[in-house]
Design a binder for this molecule. Structure first.
Ligand SMILES: Nc1ncnc2c1ncn2[C@@H]1O[C@H](COP(=O)(O)OP(=O)(O)OP(=O)(O)O)[C@@H](O)[C@H]1O
Ligand SMILES: [Mg+2]
Length: 368
């Protein structure tokens, strides 16, 4: 099939004009596939058809799109355009507005953002406690929108562990530390001598890892807030979850105790390999992880990556932090408000493609 048929239907039956305004992109990455030579950046795929792009070329692009791995295929946590709308007394609150997030297996990362930006809403969805209104969420191969009640319960017991801000909420008040840690394991499986031996061994290992062996036979009210939170981490790790989620785990603690809690998360991540996502307002915690993702208005807006660099001349190590803006799957980018205000950018801007970057300039035509 080498003859061209401009004006024919686009591959895979997609509308030639691309995504309808404000709607979802027809499929991933179409915005990146705009042929640059055909016009200014942003030329819709339909323009390429009208300009006489060969059918061979269109077929090649469609095949490339089909062969491309699925979004988030190698991530442990995938949030794909997650939406959560709450309706109370007829008033709608859009807590998540198309949030994208990928977390790799073995990561220890922080989520930050202003109050009300949607952090807890996201954590509750990932914990299997709440369901999104739209979008997709997968954790360790489980589709969070397709789980039945029994699967959801098993997911909460075995795949994710959760640590809440309120220390009292994490533990059974009438059980000792050792009993609190053993409880999730008892709920998960049948008894028997081997199961009991495994539980005792794992409880001992977790008491040791979280440095709370001296609290083994105490109930929560006989422990400090910091000790309770470390026991809470042990409880959350009892069933060897793939992911540990923590929502403001140091929020009720002073900064020195908060640092100990963070050290406990780091130990769990390094020694057990558990993937950990921590929501925090604590600047210190946020700067101690390799990756911090910021949420703004229900979307991931920016990301800071930190790495250690060694000076070739002196051999001295230093931490280098770099902030990135997030580019979503439809090609949308949120420019920082201070940048757009500094150059009086509003309503529309000019884009130009350079060999290794894209220029964003103020609209020079004035306001039409
Ligand atoms: N169950 C609910 N019913 C109605 N609205 C809700 C509900 N839960 C959250 N919201 C609203 O959704 C938005 C996001 O709330 P969320 O709790 O996710 O924010 P947050 O980022 O965790 O804030 P904070 O830092 O204060 O904990 C807020 O406007 C909140 O009022
Ligand atoms: Mg919250």
């Amino acid at each position: 099939m080498s003859d061209t048929s401009p004006g024919g239907t686009s591959p895979e039956g997609a509308p030639p004009g691309g995504a309808p305004d404000g709607g979802r992109a027809p499929d991933e990455g179409s915005a990146q596939e705009v042929p640059v030579s055909d016009g200014p950046v942003g030329t819709p795929p339909g323009a390429a058809l009208r300009a006489g792009t060969s059918l061979d070329e269109l077929e090649r692009r469609a095949a490339a799109r089909r062969d491309r791995p699925e979004y988030g295929h190698d991530a442990l946590i995938t949030c794909d355009r997650l939406v959560r709308v709450f309706t109370t007394d007829g008033v709608e609150v859009q807590a998540l507005q198309g949030l994208d997030l990928l977390v790799r297996e073995g990561e220890l990362m922080a989520l930050v953002g202003a109050s009300g930006s949607g952090k807890s809403t996201l954590m509750n969805i990932l914990a299997g406690l709440d369901e999104p209104t739209a979008g997709a969420a997968r954790v360790a191969g489980r589709d969070l929108l397709a789980m039945g009640a029994a699967q959801r319960l098993a997911y909460r017991r075995e795949v994710v562990g959760f640590v809440w801000q309120q220390t009292a909420r994490n533990l059974m008040p009438f059980l000792t530390t050792a009993q609190n840690i053993a409880l999730p394991m008892q709920l998960k499986g049948p008894g028997g001598r081997r199961a009991r031996a495994h539980r005792a061994e794992r409880t001992g290992m977790l008491l040791d890892l979280l440095e709370v062996s001296d609290c083994r036979d105490r109930t929560p009210q006989q422990m400090s807030g910091g000790q309770q939170q470390r026991v809470a981490i042990a409880v959350a790790l009892a069933n060897e979850p793939s992911v540990l989620l923590a929502d403001e785990p140091t929020g009720e603690l002073d900064s020195a105790t908060g640092e100990q809690i963070f050290a406990a998360f780091r130990a769990a991540n390094e020694r057990l390999g558990t993937t950990i996502v921590i929501v925090t307002h604590d600047q210190k915690v946020a700067t101690e992880v390799r990756r911090t993702v910021a949420i703004r208005d229900g979307r991931t807006s920016s990301e800071v990556l930190r790495r250690t660099e060694v000076d070739a001349a002196t051999g001295q190590e230093s931490q280098v932090a770099r902030e990135y803006a997030m580019l979503d799957r439809a090609g949308r980018l949120q420019l920082p408000q201070e940048y757009t205000e500094a150059l009086h950018m509003e309503h529309r801007v000019l884009l130009e493609l350079a060999p290794d970057h894209i220029e964003v300039r103020p609209d020079d035509a004035g306001h039409a």
